[in-house]
Design a protein around this ligand. Structure first.
Ligand code: ADP
Ligand code: TPW
Length: 577
């Protein structure tokens, strides 16, 4: 055989990886090239995949993670060894914490040299380091095992509680070749990667009994409910039972925030007052004050408020993690909600509705709070504050409900969450369970790539800095992303002073009057400096209409906001002043 014909009948590790991913319906890759994956990125593009190259792996990893959340397919992040791998690891850990399915695929150096610690190029025992930070970690040592490695990684990422998976590919594997036909047969098309998990009938009955006896029921929707894509079932359950509901941040829009059963504007009233709370894809972690304490009507921080809980979740270990769960319903949300609906349907018109007193009290609180907020939003102070700027953003999202909204910062996050209504499921993506800064531009890129819709990113100026260099990526791929930087000159606010009186500014203060808009202009995008709500409105409307990469430097009063936004109380308090 000539070399040429030999080459035609062989597949190498790169071919096998690309074919394995394509066979499983994966079309987009996020990553950053270098040894040993440069050829992989190039050949993936040649093979018709969309390869989005970033400026830092953390942003590529965040993009992959949110692509996983949006599509229920694992997002793929490709990195080089040791430093590239480590840069991707924060995103992998964050994905696991948030239950987003992603696979971090990293090249690594030679096992023999790494294990003897002989000092290879970018030497690091990556598998061992990744393992505690993800759901599962695999290493493939032979090209013929790539099919199995990819299949196991996909199943681990999306089945049960979704999460991050690490797939380690030593450089040698990319170059290994095998007979093309045998290679093709070694690949696995994963059948039913996230099997439905049907809840036990007695668990459903127990939940229904508790719900039927409730006087002041409440439903809490979490991002698991958004991820599950059981939108119709969830809406039917809420509307049939007439139970008021609270959406967690990324569950906003699952039902339109303007829905009359939304109790979001009466949150601090409904949590302590509810007698039975049904959690759907939401954990009772710090974001829900661990289900106890004053938020829930307990007499002190540790005390349980006396509510009964129903928890719908795919993880059997989640219940009782903070307070007793009276009725765990374990299964996928679609199946669990359908089973509940069957039970409610069987009761016919006999299914009890929440008491009129309860609904009336909520509605009264809501009207009062909405009126108060409307008053605040109508003010037009100079310089702009968070409210007057967000009044504009609120109108724009209302007019463009298909747009994706990315959101990070402290005050910029908290005010946006409470002021900007969402109208469609899975449109709001943000700092999630950790409140991590740095998701902004990675999420924005993936949101544009995966949805094809305009993306609006509302960013604190500190938050933006963590991933700001990706504005080049946004320009390079001509993505319809409009970044709005709420510039108040620092972390939280720009008004701190150096207590020592020395020449350095305070740790939370940035360069005053910085022009983030120039950053976008440097790469050919549109930069706008906005100092009034009218200027902001015009610029965002134009960005959404034109789909041009745009960055608006929105100047916000540097005295506005509070330290850490709404979670000031989590700052450690010492008796020492
Ligand atoms: P939030 O921060 O919005 O309150 P969390 O991230 O705390 O939401 O909770 C999400 C929960 O949803 C997790 O406990 C996870 O196990 C669960 N979950 C994710 N996907 C599904 C699914 N398809 N079916 C059931 N539960 C799911
Ligand atoms: C990876 C700590 C929480 S919020 C924030 C920081 C640094 C920035 C707040 O300022 P910003 O917003 O963005 O200007 P605003 O609207 O209040 O002015 N490192 C990581 N994650 C977190 N959460 C932090 C630090 C933090």
């Amino acid at each position: 055989m000539t070399t040429e014909t030999q080459a035609q009948t062989l597949s190498d590790g790169v071919d096998l990886l690309i074919d394995a991913l394509k066979l499983n319906g994966i079309t987009n890759l996020y990553g950053l090239p270098g040894i040993p994956i440069t050829d992989l990125t190039r050949r993936a593009q040649a093979a018709g995949m969309r390869m989005i190259s970033f400026r830092h792996e953390q942003n590529a990893g965040n993009a992959a993670a949110i692509a996983g959340f949006m599509t229920q397919k694992p997002g793929i992040c490709l990195t080089v060894s040791a430093p590239g791998f480590l840069n991707g690891l924060t995103a992998l850990a964050n994905a696991t914490t948030n239950c987003f399915p992603m696979i971090l695929v990293s090249g690594s150096s030679e096992r023999e040299v790494v294990d003897l610690q002989q000092g290879d190029y970018e030497e690091m025992d990556q598998l061992a380091i990744a393992r505690p930070l993800c759901k599962a970690a695999f290493r493939v040592l032979h090209a013929e095992d790539i099919g199995v490695g990819v299949a196991r990684a996909i199943r681990a990422a999306v089945s049960g509680r979704p999460g991050g998976v690490y797939l380690d590919l030593p450089a040698k594997v990319f170059a290994q070749s095998m007979d093309a036909e045998a290679g093709r047969k070694s690949l696995i098309k994963v059948v039913d990667p996230a099997p439905r998990q049907i809840p036990a009938p007695d668990a459903v009955q127990r939940a229904l009994k508790l719900l039927a006896g409730a006087k002041r029921p409440l439903i809490v929707l979490g991002k698991g409910a958004a991820y599950a894509q059981a939108d119709t079932e969830i809406r039917t359950l809420i509307e049939k039972t007439q139970i008021p509901y609270l959406p967690m941040s990324m569950a906003k829009g699952l039902l339109p925030d303007t829905h009359e059963q939304s109790a979001a504007a009466a949150r601090s009233f409904v949590l302590p007052e509810a007698d039975v709370v049904m959690l759907i894809g939401a954990r009772l972690n710090w974001l829900l004050s661990h289900g106890k304490g004053k938020t829930w009507g307990g007499k002190d921080a540790k005390a349980w408020g006396g509510q009964k809980f129903i928890q719908i979740d795919i993880s059997p270990q989640e219940a009782d993690s903070n307070v007793p769960i009276d009725a765990p319903v374990i299964g996928d949300i679609g199946s669990c909600v359908s089973a509940l609906l069957d039970g409610i349907g069987a009761a016919g018109s006999g299914w009890p509705q929440p008491s009129a007193d309860w609904l009336g009290a909520i509605s009264e609180r809501k009207s009062k709070n909405v009126a108060k907020m409307a008053e605040t939003l109508a003010k037009n102070p100079t310089p702009m504050n968070f409210h007057s700027a967000l009044n504009v953003m609120r109108d724009i999202i209302k007019a463009n409900p298909e747009a994706m909204l990315v959101n990070e910062g402290a005050n910029a996050l908290d005010f946006t969450r409470s002021i900007v209504d969402m109208y469609k499921p899975r449109k709001r993506i943000d700092v999630g369970t950790w409140g991590v800064m740095g998701i902004g531009m990675g999420f924005a890129v993936a949101a544009a790539v995966e949805s094809g819709q305009p993306v609006i990113a509302i960013e604190g100026d500190s938050a933006f800095g963590f991933s700001g260099m990706e504005v080049e990526t946004i320009c390079r791929y001509k993505l319809p992303v409009c970044v709005v930087v709420f510039n108040n000159n620092g972390v939280y606010k720009g008004t701190d002073v150096n207590p020592s009186g020395g020449p350095d500014v305070a740790p939370t203060v940035f360069v005053k009057g910085a022009r983030y808009d120039k950053l976008m202009e440097a790469f050919g995008g549109v930069g706008v400096h906005a100092t009034t709500p009218a200027e902001l409105r015009k610029a965002v409307e134009e960005a959404v209409r034109s789909r041009q990469p745009t960055l608006i430097n929105a100047v916000i009063d540097e005295t506005a906001g509070t330290e850490s936004g709404r979670i000031t109380s989590l700052n450690p308090k010492s008796a020492k002043k």
